[in-house]
Design a protein. Structure first.
Length: 139
Protein backbone atom coordinates (compact mmCIF):
# COMPACT_ATOMS: atom_id res chain seq x y z
CA UNK A 1 0.00 0.00 0.00
CA UNK A 2 1.35 3.34 -1.02
CA UNK A 3 0.99 6.19 1.41
CA UNK A 4 0.68 9.65 -0.10
CA UNK A 5 1.56 12.50 2.17
CA UNK A 6 -0.78 15.42 1.89
CA UNK A 7 1.04 18.76 1.84
CA UNK A 8 0.40 20.79 4.96
CA UNK A 9 -0.42 24.44 4.62
CA UNK A 10 1.54 26.75 6.84
CA UNK A 11 0.85 30.28 7.81
CA UNK A 12 3.96 32.35 7.20
CA UNK A 13 5.50 33.71 10.38
CA UNK A 14 5.62 37.20 8.83
CA UNK A 15 1.82 37.15 8.42
CA UNK A 16 1.38 36.29 12.10
CA UNK A 17 3.74 39.08 13.14
CA UNK A 18 1.80 41.60 11.01
CA UNK A 19 -1.50 40.35 12.45
CA UNK A 20 -0.29 40.65 16.05
CA UNK A 21 1.04 44.17 15.38
CA UNK A 22 -2.23 45.26 13.74
CA UNK A 23 -4.28 43.99 16.68
CA UNK A 24 -1.94 45.73 19.14
CA UNK A 25 -2.12 48.98 17.16
CA UNK A 26 -5.92 48.86 17.07
CA UNK A 27 -6.04 48.32 20.84
CA UNK A 28 -3.64 51.21 21.45
CA UNK A 29 -5.65 53.53 19.23
CA UNK A 30 -8.90 52.71 20.96
CA UNK A 31 -7.44 53.32 24.44
CA UNK A 32 -6.07 56.74 23.44
CA UNK A 33 -9.38 57.96 22.07
CA UNK A 34 -11.38 57.66 25.30
CA UNK A 35 -13.26 60.81 26.13
CA UNK A 36 -15.64 61.75 28.90
CA UNK A 37 -17.29 64.86 30.26
CA UNK A 38 -14.57 65.13 32.93
CA UNK A 39 -11.55 65.00 30.65
CA UNK A 40 -10.51 64.07 27.15
CA UNK A 41 -7.09 62.85 26.14
CA UNK A 42 -4.61 63.19 23.32
CA UNK A 43 -1.06 61.96 23.14
CA UNK A 44 2.28 63.11 21.88
CA UNK A 45 5.86 62.06 22.22
CA UNK A 46 8.60 64.27 23.56
CA UNK A 47 12.31 63.75 23.79
CA UNK A 48 12.96 66.09 26.68
CA UNK A 49 11.79 66.24 30.24
CA UNK A 50 11.13 69.33 32.30
CA UNK A 51 10.85 70.13 35.96
CA UNK A 52 7.45 70.10 37.60
CA UNK A 53 5.12 73.03 37.10
CA UNK A 54 3.95 75.24 39.95
CA UNK A 55 0.91 73.93 41.80
CA UNK A 56 -1.22 76.83 40.53
CA UNK A 57 -1.17 78.32 37.05
CA UNK A 58 0.93 75.68 35.29
CA UNK A 59 -0.54 72.97 33.15
CA UNK A 60 2.20 70.32 33.26
CA UNK A 61 2.56 67.33 35.56
CA UNK A 62 5.90 65.54 35.43
CA UNK A 63 6.10 61.86 36.28
CA UNK A 64 9.51 61.20 37.80
CA UNK A 65 10.87 58.87 40.48
CA UNK A 66 7.45 57.17 40.62
CA UNK A 67 5.71 60.41 41.66
CA UNK A 68 3.40 62.95 40.02
CA UNK A 69 4.83 66.47 40.42
CA UNK A 70 3.08 68.53 41.46
CA UNK A 71 0.86 66.02 43.25
CA UNK A 72 -1.97 68.60 43.24
CA UNK A 73 -2.49 70.95 40.29
CA UNK A 74 -5.07 73.75 40.11
CA UNK A 75 -6.36 74.76 36.66
CA UNK A 76 -9.31 76.57 35.10
CA UNK A 77 -12.13 74.67 33.37
CA UNK A 78 -11.17 73.95 29.77
CA UNK A 79 -7.44 73.72 30.57
CA UNK A 80 -5.32 71.03 28.96
CA UNK A 81 -2.91 69.33 31.36
CA UNK A 82 0.17 67.66 29.89
CA UNK A 83 1.46 64.61 31.76
CA UNK A 84 5.16 64.12 30.90
CA UNK A 85 6.82 60.81 31.71
CA UNK A 86 10.42 61.46 32.79
CA UNK A 87 10.81 57.97 34.28
CA UNK A 88 12.33 54.91 32.64
CA UNK A 89 9.05 52.97 33.06
CA UNK A 90 5.57 53.26 31.55
CA UNK A 91 2.94 54.97 33.70
CA UNK A 92 -0.77 55.73 33.40
CA UNK A 93 -2.97 58.62 34.47
CA UNK A 94 -6.16 56.85 35.53
CA UNK A 95 -9.06 58.50 37.37
CA UNK A 96 -9.90 57.07 40.78
CA UNK A 97 -13.56 57.57 39.75
CA UNK A 98 -13.86 54.58 37.44
CA UNK A 99 -14.38 55.61 33.84
CA UNK A 100 -13.94 59.39 34.34
CA UNK A 101 -10.67 59.35 32.36
CA UNK A 102 -7.74 57.11 31.54
CA UNK A 103 -4.84 58.37 29.46
CA UNK A 104 -3.56 54.83 28.94
CA UNK A 105 0.11 53.89 29.05
CA UNK A 106 2.59 56.74 28.73
CA UNK A 107 5.97 55.56 27.47
CA UNK A 108 9.25 56.85 28.93
CA UNK A 109 9.99 60.32 27.46
CA UNK A 110 6.40 60.44 26.18
CA UNK A 111 3.47 62.60 27.20
CA UNK A 112 -0.33 62.65 27.16
CA UNK A 113 -2.68 65.61 27.27
CA UNK A 114 -5.95 65.59 29.20
CA UNK A 115 -8.43 68.45 28.84
CA UNK A 116 -10.58 69.12 31.91
CA UNK A 117 -13.84 70.62 30.67
CA UNK A 118 -15.75 71.02 33.91
CA UNK A 119 -15.09 72.17 37.46
CA UNK A 120 -14.39 69.61 40.15
CA UNK A 121 -11.68 67.75 41.99
CA UNK A 122 -10.28 64.80 40.07
CA UNK A 123 -8.05 62.31 41.86
CA UNK A 124 -5.99 59.85 39.84
CA UNK A 125 -3.33 57.16 40.11
CA UNK A 126 -0.99 55.06 37.99
CA UNK A 127 -2.63 51.71 37.34
CA UNK A 128 0.81 50.06 36.97
CA UNK A 129 2.02 51.54 40.29
CA UNK A 130 -1.05 52.05 42.54
CA UNK A 131 0.98 53.86 45.21
CA UNK A 132 1.33 56.84 42.82
CA UNK A 133 -1.45 59.41 43.33
CA UNK A 134 -2.30 62.93 42.16
CA UNK A 135 -5.14 65.46 42.11
CA UNK A 136 -6.36 67.98 39.54
CA UNK A 137 -8.53 70.77 40.99
CA UNK A 138 -10.56 72.47 38.24
CA UNK A 139 -12.34 75.78 38.94
Amino acid sequence: MTHHARPRSRTPLSFLVVLVCAVGLAAACSSDSKSTTAASSTSSSTSSSSSSAPATGGTDVTIKDFKFAPDTLKVKAGATVTFKNADGQQHTVTADDSGAFDAGAIDPSGSKDLTFGKAGTFTYHCSFHPFMHGTIEVS
